[in-house]
Design a binder for this molecule. Structure first.
Ligand SMILES: NC(=O)c1ccc[n+]([C@@H]2O[C@H](COP(=O)([O-])OP(=O)(O)OC[C@H]3O[C@@H](n4cnc5c(N)ncnc54)[C@H](OP(=O)(O)O)[C@@H]3O)[C@@H](O)[C@H]2O)c1
Length: 340
């Protein structure tokens, strides 16, 4: 296959990963297909990008189903999956975007991709290009902790799913907003150690280990004043039991429900007696956090905030395995696949 009119220094084809079949439960390799497609020079208004990093997040999984509540288009059969991507412009049809510019866009799982949606990044703003992929999870963590839960001096904050992309930033942000105590839950002893030793959580609880309510009461004897919920299920119900009076719950995700657990029950009797505020939120209702994120992130990195991230090597063909490993809990922090 040859793309018409491609300059000699650029490839004639791109490799894309397509959705080959709708998943039936747990992902296998059957749902993905590597496909070669012709490349053409970008039309006016478009840029051709040599992708460097592809963001891998849990929310990609529901987008593989015929429908979901995620406010992004579902993936179509025999079309590429799509992720937040950072890359360098290889050819441009946009006057203000130059060849070599570092850009962020939501694009196909591909080594090269053509887009109308590239946002030009300042390469000096963050230490490495893959740090720019923190924007969606970081803005979500910021929005939830600061604007939804209103974390302030002295709060006792619990974060579930704390070793994941959003949670590992959310706990550190709570500390910077003045939380007195930050507790996380995660799925293994190694992840719990990492949360305490590397990210500065005060305590981390493996949710597989014994009765969660007893362990939470021991970790927060005065009760939890803020709960940042990424998991739902039994962890949400335990947090209600262990909440202090006037606690605020920022409900962000439902990792356990996605893994097959029922939606949690809210014991409204306890919610009334404790004067709980339980507020769901989504980044698409709080885009201001998106624009605020990068300068704040840069500032906090300078003050010692850790960007917890895992980079998977192996090119575009490594992306399906990376998504499966992420969903199986094999990684910590934000995950990206390095393409070039
Ligand atoms: N509201 C919004 O605007 C917004 C924005 C971004 C993300 N989200 C949602 O927030 C949630 C977290 O996103 P993320 O990107 O941080 O996730 P992530 O990093 O992709 O989380 C993966 C982690 O989830 C944990 N997990 C998997 N199954 C679990 C279960 N049954 N119970 C508890 N933990 C489980 C695993 O860690 P362990 O080994 O610790 O179990 C795994 O490593 C997702 O539901 C996502 O859709 C919402």
């Amino acid at each position: 296959m040859h793309g018409p009119g491609m300059p000699d220094h650029l490839p004639q084809t791109a490799r894309e990963v397509h959705l080959a079949a709708r998943p039936q439960g747990k992902l296998t390799s059957e749902e993905f297909r590597l496909v070669e497609v012709p490349l053409a020079p970008p039309e006016p208004g478009r840029v051709l990008v040599r992708n460097e990093y592809l963001g891998i997040v849990a929310a990609l999984r529901p987008l593989m189903d015929p429908e979901s509540e995620i406010p992004l288009p579902q993936f179509a059969l025999d079309r590429p999956l799509r992720s937040d991507t950072v890359g360098r412009v290889a050819a441009t049809g946009v006057p203000h975007i130059r060849v070599g510019d570092l850009v962020l866009f939501r694009g196909p799982w591909a080594d090269y991709a053509d887009t109308t949606e590239a946002t030009v990044l300042d390469p000096a703003a963050l230490p490495e290009p893959c740090y720019h992929l923190a924007i969606r999870n970081g803005a979500t963590a910021l929005l939830g902790m600061r604007d939804i839960a209103g974390v302030t001096e002295g709060d006792t904050v619990l974060v579930s799913g704390a070793a994941g992309g959003v949670g590992s930033l959310a706990g550190q942000i709570a500390r910077r907003l003045g939380a007195a105590r930050v507790i996380g839950t995660a799925g293994s002893a190694a992840k719990c150690r990492w949360l305490v030793e590397e990210l500065g959580f005060d305590e981390a609880i493996d949710y597989h280990d014994g009765d969660l309510v007893t362990r939470l009461r021991a970790a927060a004897p005065e009760g939890i004043s803020v709960y940042f919920d990424l998991v739902g299920g039994a962890q949400f119900e335990a947090a209600v039991e262990c909440a202090a009076d006037h606690a605020r719950f920022a409900v962000c995700g439902a990792l356990a429900t996605r893994a097959g657990a029922p939606w949690p029950r809210l014991d409204t009797g306890t919610a009334v007696v404790k004067d709980l505020t339980v507020r769901g939120f989504a980044l698409h209702h709080g885009w201001h956090a998106f624009t605020e994120w990068t300068p704040l992130f840069s500032h906090w990195l300078g003050e010692g905030l850790v960007y917890p991230h895992t980079v998977v090597d192996g090119g575009i063909e490594a992306a399906p395995r990376a998504l499966r490993d992420l969903l199986d809990g094999r990684f910590t922090g934000n995950v990206s696949v390095r393409l070039g």
